[in-house]
Design a protein around this ligand. Structure first.
Ligand code: ADP
Ligand code: MG
Length: 400
């Protein structure tokens, strides 16, 4: 990753129009915002720019209007909630480009903040249409991207604009990139990765990238079952992708060649039915799973061994729960290892970075999300970064 300009490089921006790409794609329930995490994430950048006297113009997408103007996907629906979170007045401007946008913006004063209409009301947004990017650029003097979660998409407001105006990473983007760089770009070794979740198929590229980069690859969740099957272990009725055992073998070989130690569980938590606290629940050696049993979590001995491995590591990157954590007690391994990682982080011996929708939920369930070095709420962008892919929205911010 190259270096990029941040808000520290802005200079005097008083009276300048700052187009700020943010993530305002919040969930709604009965017309109101049901989770304002994403709104809060924008506050450091927005208040800093406003306090420096910029005219702050927020650009964002909302839902999937697919190039149509849909009143139910208008960002006017989010403006009041944003105002509440920010604690300052926020204007809504019913366009993100064109004369209407320019005229409205012309009435704003230094320090004012406005939300511009949903960028995806234009077909050109997702096509990264240069004409649309140009039209948006005419409404601003500089561009700030603070939406890491949208940076894996080359859209007009996430990529195109960055080439047309002086471009800067916002504070949330900067924090995300700094954390990711510490975790996989230029990490302190040894590095451990935990990869869990339901399926191997959704994370093949993640696994292939990680075996070449980390010293310990800890595989849990449903995907561990496919790896166990590849090693000839009878996994009974467990969730697994038997057509991918060949791929799993290739990944194990690649790990071997790269000197990456792969950790598969040697004890597991099994049950005959997938339900909360089922009567058939038991803990057994991985070689003793009966034909009618399912592996639903990794076992306590495995967790202890993993905790010992983490104690020797300096860096951890985590995506995917180790078991079916939504259903008790199959969250036990995830919670226990997350607490170990959190404690090591707090002691200062580990840099820990985690991401993924269910992973964040699991860390919150364990009560340790705050104790990790960094927890990314970006879903797709975080996974693509773990796959080693270049994110177009990040690339466009790099200094030439
Ligand atoms: P993330 O959203 O963090 O990227 P995933 O979506 O890949 O994570 O995986 C999370 C899902 O994997 C959870 O719904 C969890 O219940 C499921 N899972 C984990 N382990 C198992 C298992 N042994 N059997 C069945 N499902 C599992
Ligand atoms: Mg998920």
């Amino acid at each position: 990753m190259g270096s990029f300009r941040t808000l520290d490089d802005l200079g005097d921006i008083s009276g300048k129009r700052a187009l700020v790409r943010v993530d305002l794609n919040v969930p709604m329930q009965e017309g109101s915002v049901s989770d304002d995490t994403r709104l809060r994430a924008t506050l450091p950048t927005v208040t800093e720019l406003a306090d420096k006297g910029a005219i702050v113009l927020l650009l964002a997408h909302f839902g999937r209007p697919k190039g149509e103007k849909r009143p139910d996907m208008s960002l006017s629906l989010v403006t009041r909630a944003y105002e509440n979170v920010l604690g300052r007045p926020v204007r809504f401007v019913g366009a993100c480009e064109g004369q209407l946008a320019k005229d409205n913006v012309a009435t704003l004063r230094p320090g004012d903040i406005a939300i511009l209409e949903n960028t995806r009301f234009h077909k050109g947004e997702e096509k990264n249409d240069p004409e649309l990017a140009k039209a948006m650029a005419e409404t601003g003097d500089l561009y700030v991207n603070d939406a890491f979660s949208a940076a894996h998409r080359a859209h007009a407001s996430t990529e195109g604009l960055a080439h047309l105006l002086p471009a800067f990473a916002g504070r949330a983007m900067e924090a995300e990139l700094t954390a990711l760089e510490k975790a996989l770009g230029n990490p302190q070794r040894p590095v451990a990765a935990v990869v869990g979740g339901a399926k191997v198929s959704t994370k093949l590229d993640v696994l292939k990238n990680l075996v070449g980069k980390v010293d310990h690859l800890i595989i849990g969740g449903g995907m561990a079952n496919t790896f166990l099957a590849a090693r000839g272990v009878a996994i009974g009725n467990s969730l697994a992708e038997r057509d991918l055992t060949g791929t799993a073998e290739e990944i194990l070989d690649a790990a071997d060649k790269a000197n990456c130690t792969v950790h598969l569980p040697y004890d597991v938590v099994v049950a005959k039915e997938f339900a909360a606290n089922p009567p058939s629940l038991r803990i057994c050696n991985v070689h003793e799973v009966a034909e009618d049993e399912m592996i639903l979590d990794i076992g306590p001995a495995a967790v202890e061994a993993l905790a010992d491995a983490l104690k020797t590591c300096r860096t951890l990157v985590w995506n995917g729960p180790l078991g079916a954590f939504e259903t008790p007690p199959f969250d036990a391994a995830t919670v226990a290892l997350a607490r170990t990682a959190a404690a090591l982080t707090q002691e200062g011996s580990l840099v820990s970075v985690a991401g993924g929708g269910d992973t964040v939920a699991a860390l919150n369930q364990a009560g340790v999300a705050e104790d990790f070095t960094f927890v990314s709420t970006a879903g797709g962008a975080f996974l693509e970064w773990m796959e080693g892919k270049e994110l177009p929205g990040v690339k466009a911010l790099e200094r030439a």
